[in-house]
Write a protein that binds this ligand. Structure first.
Ligand code: GLA
Length: 701
């Protein structure tokens, strides 16, 4: 049984998941050491695993071979500290001693106390009966009567066992180019993945994988981790010259501290870890199931086919225009209609009005209710764009409350996209945002919010905010979470999309309180294949919104056929974002058919397991989805640029039952699972650039 066990004789803890084991031990010298992370062991086996080399100090290396479970600053430790504090008398570092444990079927807390100062650290663990993901987080408590400066507090340190080599995978990117997978040798030294932007960031995402250099999509041991936090963060992967590797990570970037008040306790976000043996593909599938099973609020719901007006109208929204789009969207089969930016205040472009969340009466003379009613009459849900954390200086809100933005004395207030960041760390700002959002949702039958956040923090200060100025970085995120949680609790039907200029705020923290993600403002179908490839490394398809928009694409100028654009978006949560009044009748007819087809395959795409058969390239790429119960499968083929008239080779499928047969829903042809697995499925593609196909297989016996 997965769970938590303890062997009192050797003082060994074993966390077991269905397929893996994770063990730690309290040494006779009082040091809590990491012992093991790998395939499952029994407690009897785990208790015989030799501890890492004891803490004999080498002259120049200190504790270099001593693998501690949570290496704090202090003593002869020269690696990356997971915890750094400074006590009121100026003493830095900790000398921690074991002070007790709390254990139940699936959680473990180990309490450590400082030998001298009244300060406690608890390491927390949780395992699930249906996942190999292990959750870890840390709590700190100041049990004394003077403040303690917390300079760094990671959620967890994940030691990676000794292997023949170390390759790290993660994503990098930028606005319009998020989630690009990097795979590089882990450098000897320290590799820092971080965000200093106030949000998770477009340029990096808080997850990693490490393998021995021998893992591939289908094979090999992979160690991975993902942080559940939507503010700034830092994950440091360190590889010593003697090849001791560990990853430590948590909320906050370098130089940001927290004054822990007397009696105060602080809990870090979760930094979850996973060991697996099926390569990068299996690693992703485990993360997907974990996110669906233990993170998302409504994992079982099918996500609606959505229409979003942004690329069609830009800021030019009004009631007649939105009604026209809604009518056409409903005809195509959309189930949720989302009106984007431009419906409020003086917001006719991005220079003014942000913060003034009253409907623009020139554009909507009778408010939003008539549009919402019309959208509902058409059989769709009604969604609306909001950006609650922002303000244009040219707005009534900013004129009334210039002190509400992040700012510092004697410093400029840097504007990006002509806007400033509201200080959500302030309780009055969070309360104000909750107030108008609550009214907007409740008073207009709003079913869905696209919650945007369109710039990073600068001058992140709050001059009158008390004597612990860096707290703002954390409080901001906690209050953001608080507003989202309250809205959801009070409006149980409300669904929320997280957007930050595309994929700037995607992480396991925001996914606990949102339903889907806008992964990128880049809607070019070809670029999107690689964005979706990177996004799906950790995050499941059911969260991955994907629009079909107009060509030439606004960002790349590329023209891609409608069918290919649909086939790319149908591999996620399908949405349409084109200017429908300009679509030709044939395009509308084709779109209707593709939307109907999507609705047939959507349970498998959104809730199934993903197999990345061939990664995105100019040549053939393919992704397969298999229903969790094995009854159906969907395969997408995309070929952006065929070469030399070569015929595509059969692509071997995955996840099917070799003893079963499967019917192709389009052709009626029945094929053996064994053949599809062993020989493959030859893609039937039209000729020319941007050829694509989708095959829906249903198990017949
Ligand atoms: C951001 C979003 C877009 C759109 C605009 C509106 O860029 O990512 O999808 O909502 O804001 O201003």
């Amino acid at each position: 049984m997965p769970g938590v066990e303890f062997d009192a004789a050797t003082r060994t803890w074993l966390l077991s998941t269905p397929g893996t084991g994770y063990a730690l031990r309290l040494g006779d010298d009082g040091v809590l050491r990491h012992l093991y992370w790998g395939p499952r062991l029994t407690l009897a086996q785990a208790s015989t695993v030799p501890a890492p080399r004891p803490a004999t100090l080498t002259q120049f290396e200190g504790r270099v071979y001593d693998i501690e479970e949570f290496p704090v600053e202090g003593g002869a430790r020269f690696g990356v500290p997971a915890l750094q504090v400074r006590f009121a008398d100026g003493t830095r570092g900790l000398e921690l001693a074991f002070a007790g444990q709390e254990r139940n079927a699936d959680t473990l807390s180990i309490r450590l106390v400082d030998r001298h100062y009244p300060f406690e650290v608890s390491l927390h663990y949780r395992v699930y009966p249906d996942s190999d993901v292990v959750e870890r987080w840390t709590s700190l408590a100041n049990t004394g009567d003077v403040p303690v400066e917390v300079l760094r507090a990671d959620s967890a340190t994940w030691p990676v066992p000794a292997r023949a080599g170390y390759v790290v995978r993660h994503v990098t990117g930028h606005w319009g180019g998020e989630s690009q997978v990097e795979r590089v040798d882990l450098a000897r030294g320290e590799t820092v993945l971080t965000s200093r932007r106030g949000t998770t960031g477009h340029h990096a995402n808080p997850w990693f994988t490490i393998d021995a250099g021998d893992a591939s999509e289908e094979h090999g041991e992979v160690f991975s981790g993902a942080l559940a936090w939507s503010g700034t963060w830092r994950i440091t992967l360190s590889r010593t010259p003697t090849d001791v590797v560990c990853v430590t990570g948590g909320a906050g970037h370098e130089g940001v501290s927290w004054r822990l008040a007397p009696g105060e306790r602080r809990e870090t976000p979760v930094f979850a870890g996973l060991y697996g043996v099926g390569g990068y593909g299996a690693t992703s599938r485990v993360w997907h199931r974990y996110v669906r099973g233990h993170v998302l609020p409504h994992p079982q719901e099918l996500r609606p086919v959505t229409y979003n007006s942004w690329e069609a109208t830009g800021f030019t929204v009004d009631e007649p225009g939105q009604r026209r789009l809604a009518a056409q969207a409903a005809e195509l089969g959309a189930e949720l209609f989302v009106m984007d930016d431009g419906w409020f205040g003086a917001r006719v472009d991005d220079r003014a009005g942000l913060g003034d969340w009253t409907v623009n009466r020139d554009r909507f003379p009778n408010g939003l209710a008539p549009l919402a009613a019309e959208v509902h009459r058409l059989g769709m849900r009604f969604g609306i764009w909001v950006e609650p954390e922002m303000v244009n200086p040219d707005s009534d809100l900013h004129r009334a409350r210039p002190d509400w933005v992040l700012h510092m004395r004697n410093r400029h207030r840097t504007e990006l996209r002509h806007q400033l960041v509201l200080n959500f760390a302030r309780p009055d700002v969070a309360e104000w945002a909750h107030g108008w959002l609550d009214e907007l949702v409740g008073g207009n039958d709003v079913d869905f919010l696209k919650w945007d956040m369109n710039r990073p923090f600068t001058e992140a200060g709050w001059p009158d905010g008390g004597d612990d100025p860096d707290r703002l970085w954390v409080r901001y995120v906690e209050n953001l979470y608080g507003v989202l949680d309250r809205l959801r609790a009070d409006h149980p039907h409300l669904r929320i999309q997280t957007c930050s200029g595309g994929g700037g705020r995607v992480d396991l923290g925001i996914l606990r309180r949102t339903d889907e993600v806008w992964p990128s403002d880049n809607t070019d179908a070809r670029d999107r294949l690689s964005v979706q490839h990177g996004y799906g490394q950790i995050y499941p398809t059911v969260t991955m919104a994907a629009w079909v928009t107009d060509v030439p694409n606004f960002l790349t100028g590329r023209t891609v056929p409608l069918r290919f654009r649909f086939h790319v978006a149908m591999a996620g949560v399908l949405a349409i974002g084109g200017n429908l009044p300009e679509w030709a009748d044939e395009e509308l007819a084709e779109a209707r058919l593709l939307v109907a087809q999507y609705k047939r395959i959507r349970p498998v795409v959104q809730h199934g397991d993903v197999y990345r058969l061939l990664p995105p390239s100019d040549g053939l790429s393919a992704t397969q989805y298999v229903a969790v119960d094995g009854t159906e499968s969907v395969v997408f083929f995309w070929l952006p640029a065929p070469c030399f008239g070569r015929e595509a080779a059969p692509v071997r499928l995955r996840g099917l039952d070799p003893a079963a047969r499967y019917r192709d829903e389009a052709t009626g042809e029945v094929q053996h699972g064994a053949v599809l697995l062993g020989h493959g499925l030859r893609p039937q593609l039209p000729s020319g650039d941007y050829a694509s196909a989708v095959v829906h297989l249903v198990r017949v016996d």
